[in-house]
Ligand binder design. Structure first.
Ligand SMILES: [Cu+2]
Length: 397
């Protein structure tokens, strides 16, 4: 029995209800229900069942949000959220989305990657008329596929105002090996000048980069108990392709926006390039305890509130008294060092108290200093700390 045959064999057994796992250490654990899909910092849109159809109410509307405390943004999203709430259904389901347009201009919803009748595709002009302000359109289709799918406005500037969200379609037969955690991240980029709240959708220089509508250090970390198997799905809808890097573990790319990759084609990486319009799904066994960064590796995407330097850094030589730099630059005591060309460069501001969430409990003092832009964490926790954080989360509700 080769490796793939063995996997098939176990998949069949698991489907038959046997509490089996490919990981020997977890073989005794039951049951094998799929892990819930978790998009930190984003809500879910729950359906009603109407005559056997999963019915969702989706509303396009202006949304006021904060990327970090104090960075107010007026964008457009769905049901009060940027990105929009996560929809979930299963392969074979019939779904109906009652869509209302509360924007001041026309729009529609495109179901990205869905194999649906053209009239349901949300491609305005070609497949349907635009949904006018105050208007309603009812989308209805049967899900004949599974995967990390998503929805978005098909008007490009509306995409850059924030209009995208996950629509996860779970497979009829769960994938093997079983994962204990299933996380989702939506990546977006924004150009918002200081003292403005409205994104400049035409700009090509982005100074705010977000995971699930937040920038580091405000991205709520993904919490994992040591030994668990983890899936992370990463969606990109912006103007740049983002190489997403994870510290502490190697992972396999196990899926794309088009579906599951056969295991024989998996390959190891620790940085996966997620192009615009794509989803990349990665999986790994969380064996190493630690607070591991997950971030875009483009240097400019690891920063907040970027503006061009017009101060000391742009000048050839400066007297020491003029080069102390704004608050937050790493302090240099030696006046001679302050005259080094190029100084200052990187920011160092720690704001741990501002991000005192249960999920951040136990992080090293000063952790906020290095977390900016498209940056979050996977915290692989020892069982006692994991339980302690869960208790704090419960107490905080
Ligand atoms: Cu990036």
């Amino acid at each position: 029995m080769n490796r793939n045959h063995r996997r098939d064999f176990f998949a069949r057994l698991a489907a038959a209800g046997a509490a089996l796992s490919l990981a020997p250490a977890r073989a005794q654990q039951a049951p094998r229900t799929p892990a819930p899909f978790d998009t930190p910092d984003l809500p879910k849109l729950l359906p009603r069942i109407v005559d056997g159809v999963k019915e969702f109410n989706l509303i396009a509307e202006p949304v006021r949000t904060d990327f970090i405390p104090g960075r107010r943004v007026d964008g457009w999203g769905f049901n009060g959220s940027i990105p929009g709430p996560t929809l979930e259904a299963s392969e074979g389901d019939r779904v109906r989305v009652i869509f209302d347009n509360h924007l001041p201009e026309m729009t529609a919803v495109h179901w990205h990657g869905f194999e649906v009748p053209m009239q349901m595709d949300g491609s305005v002009g070609l497949g349907q008329d635009p949904v006018l302000p105050g208007g309603r359109f009812v989308y209805e289709f049967t899900l004949n596929q599974h995967g990390s799918l998503f929805y978005h406005s098909h008007f490009p500037m509306q995409e850059m105002m924030g209009m995208v969200g996950y629509f996860i379609v779970h497979p009829k037969t769960p994938h093997a090996p079983h994962v204990d955690r299933d996380f989702g991240i939506v990546m977006q980029e924004w150009s918002i000048l200081p003292n403005n709240t409205v994104p400049n959708t035409m700009a090509m220089e982005f100074n705010w980069l977000t995971f699930n509508g937040r920038s580091g250090p405000d991205c709520t970390p993904m919490l994992v108990r040591q030994g668990e198997r983890v899936r992370v799905r990463i969606l990109n809808l912006g103007m740049d392709h983002h190489p997403i890097h994870m510290h502490g573990h190697q992972f396999s790319v196990t899926g794309t926006e088009g579906g599951r990759i056969p295991e024989a084609s998996w390959f190891p990486e620790n940085t996966v390039l997620v192009g615009v319009g794509q989803v990349r799904t990665v999986e790994f066994d969380a064996t190493h305890i630690g607070d591991w960064m997950v971030h875009c590796h483009l240097p400019h995407h690891m920063m907040n509130q970027m503006i061009s330097m017009v101060g000391p850094v742009a000048r050839e030589s400066m007297h020491a008294e003029h080069t102390t730099g704004p608050v937050g630059f790493y302090p240099v005591d030696d006046p001679a060092k302050r005259t080094v060309l190029g100084y200052p460069q990187d920011m160092w501001m720690t704001m741990d108290a501002m991000y005192d969430k249960p999920e951040n409990f136990g992080l090293r003092k000063g952790w906020t200093g290095g977390m900016m832009g498209m940056m979050t964490m996977i915290r692989v926790l020892p069982p006692d700390l994991y339980d302690q954080i869960q208790a704090r989360k419960k107490a905080a509700v």
